[in-house]
Each structure stands twice: as structure tokens, then as C-alpha cells.
Write a new protein. Structure first.
Length: 337
């Protein structure tokens, strides 16, 4: 038997499990002495389920790389190589070593790739009625958005509005919110007539999001969660580093990560002037799906226009206050091709 320590891993759930079961000893993989460790054989059930969701594939990705790239399970790639090879050397699986080229199993692909089928279905076939039971009972998608965070009262978020004419005063606090439903236009997350509040956690990111140009005058509103709400504001987080460790639901963890990657990429796509409103229907649908099946107040996802910031969509702007408005003039724009 060989011991492995908590420092060999980065997955917070796995690190917590090892520490809860550990004894002080030496690690046979990173050579650390007098550390919290346990026999690696106690993790074999987890690794057996994890590796079981991959299959050998010519032209695929090395097993250690695909696991580390999606979940950062191990603290280093060397630990990934050594631990996976030790495990694979003691079991009988179609995958024999950490460097073998693999892909996800067919079952994983079929579940996650339904997002592409659903997009086509919603745009071209059944706009308003789809088989939600298939998404929940068969695919289990209603359980894939459990990574949630609270927006603390006092945390500043930002929204920008371009001025139409030079020399205009800053917008009033109430003018920084979404327009009423009958004036609300289509967005990546909201359909026409149903206003969602689009915010960012960086006051520079909002300038990228509204495509501010050189010498544009812009009002930037600062928003915070209203104080005195009956319950905390919980949102679905598409930016959090996913954990893969679980005693029995590793497959669901894999599906959730890959599905959220696909959805987040579509949510983050910049809106272009020649886009069709039809392109936004799938992300509008999934936001409503998340709102109904998780009860969250919004979503958080990465900005594709500014890597320093994240975007927030708040489903009900009434839970937010605009506390200040700052007027700025854009002095520099960087464009690359």
C-alpha cells in the first residue's frame, strides 16, 4: 500500500476528504514527511468511477491532461502522472496509463451534446414548447447548476449607458436601470419584453460590454443588493472552479462542468450588430430553465470582451439599488485583429 497526502491534490472536496480521514505519515508520491495522508487505495473507488467515464481514442487528449485541464484535480501535472499510473497499474481498465490518448465516454458526449441539438430545436422547430421532462428526468440537467454563490449586500456591481449627445449630464440613478418591459429589447439572457439587469463586477468591463468608443461619454452606475431583503440573493455561478470529487456522482460532475462550459461560451458571445434575435433564443431558454428549476436570482459568467471582469444577469432588478452614477469620457481604445 502507498500513502498519498492532501497536498498532492487541488480539488477542495478531495482535499477535505483526505484531511477528515488522514493520519500523520509520509507521502509516497510527493515525498513529503509527517503530513496528513491516507492509503491511496481508499481513493480507488473514486478513481475507478472517474477513469470509467473516459475511453481510448486515437487523436484524443492525454488522460492526465484532460482531467487536469478541466478540473485541476491534482496540485501538479507530475502528481497527476504518478498517481494515475499507480492506480491504473493496480486495476484492469481499457486505459492503461496517464499519457494514453482518451476522450469522454459516449454517454457523457450524448448528454452534453444535446445542448447543440436543443439550440437547433428551439431556433428552427419548436420555439415555445419543448420536452423539459427529457432535460430533467432523462438528462438530469436540473441538477447541474448547483454551483451557487451569494451576492453580499454592499458588493458593488456596475452598469454603463452611452450618452447620445456630447455635454449631456450624467443619467439619474433611476435611469440606470432597465427600461420597463414593453420597452425592453432582446438580450443574450432575456427575451424581448422581459427585462433582466446586466451588470459587471469591474467598472472597466462595462465599457467593453457596451462597445464604448474613443471620446464617448458614458454614465456608469454602481449597483448593490438592497438591504433588508427577506432572503439572500443567490445566483448560479458559471465561473467557479468545478470540483470533480464525489463518492458516487462523478459522471454528473463531469456532465455539469462540460455543459456549463458550452452554455457559458454562448452567454459570453458578444452581441454583434448583424446578429439575428433568433441566435439568442437558446440562452434565453436556459436562463429561464435555471431560474425555474433552481430558484436563483441570476447568473454569473465570464466576460469574453474583458478577461479582468465577470458579468452578472439579475432576473429581477427590483432587488438592486443604484447608489451612484459616475460620468466618464473614454480616452483610449485598444483594437487588435
Amino acid at each position: 500500500m502507498s500513502n498519498v497526502c492532501a497536498s498532492c491534490f487541488s480539488d477542495r472536496e478531495l482535499v477535505g476528504f483526505i484531511r477528515s480521514q488522514a493520519r500523520i505519515g509520509n507521502c509516497d508520491f510527493c515525498a513529503a514527511n509527517n503530513v496528513e495522508s491516507l492509503p491511496i487505495e481508499e481513493l480507488f473507488d473514486f478513481f475507478n468511477e472517474l477513469v470509467g467515464h473516459f475511453q481510448p481514442k486515437v487523436g484524443g487528449i492525454m488522460l492526465k491532461s484532460i482531467i487536469q485541464g478541466n478540473w485541476s484535480l491534482f496540485s501538479t501535472i507530475d502528481n497527476a502522472y504518478n498517481i494515475l499510473n499507480y492506480f491504473l497499474g493496480n486495476v484492469h481498465l481499457p486505459i492503461s496509463n496517464a499519457d494514453q490518448l482518451v476522450d469522454f465516454s459516449n454517454e457523457i458526449h450524448e448528454n452534453v451534446s444535446y445542448w447543440d441539438e436543443l439550440k437547433d430545436l428551439l431556433i428552427n422547430k419548436n420555439r415555445y414548447i419543448t420536452d423539459v421532462d427529457y432535460l430533467t428526468a432523462d438528462l438530469g440537467w436540473d441538477g447541474f447548476f448547483g454551483s451557487q454563490i451569494e451576492i453580499p449586500v454592499g458588493m458593488p456591481l456596475y452598469r454603463a449607458r452611452l450618452h447620445q449627445n456630447s455635454g449631456e449630464p450624467a443619467y439619474r440613478l433611476d435611469e440606470m436601470f432597465c427600461p420597463p418591459g414593453k420597452y425592453s429589447t432582446t438580450g443574450r439572457a432575456n427575451p424581448s419584453g422581459i427585462p433582466y439587469l446586466y451588470l459587471s463586477d469591474n467598472n472597466q468591463t462595462v465599457l467593453y460590454e457596451i462597445r464604448a468608443a474613443y471620446l464617448d461619454e458614458v454614465s456608469i452606475g454602481t449597483f448593490t443588493v438592497k438591504s433588508g431583503l427577506e432572503k439572500p440573493v443567490i445566483i448560479s455561478d458559471f465561473t467557479e472552479s468545478s470540483t470533480i470529487f464525489h463518492p458516487s456522482k462523478v459522471g454528473d460532475k463531469i456532465k455539469a462542468t462540460l455543459l456549463k462550459q458550452k452554455i457559458s461560451a454562448d452567454l459570453s458571445k458578444p452581441m454583434r450588430r448583424y446578429d439575428s434575435e433568433l441566435d439568442y433564443i437558446p440562452t434565453q431558454f436556459i436562463c429561464e430553465f435555471i431560474k425555474i428549476y433552481t430558484g436563483v436570482e441570476g447568473i454569473k459568467f465570464r466576460s469574453s470582451l474583458d478577461v479582468t471582469g465577470n458579468n452578472f444577469v439579475i432576473f429581477d432588478q427590483a432587488i438592486m439599488d443604484c447608489t451612484a452614477v459616475n460620468q466618464v469620457s473614454v480616452q483610449r481604445v485598444n483594437i487588435s485583429v
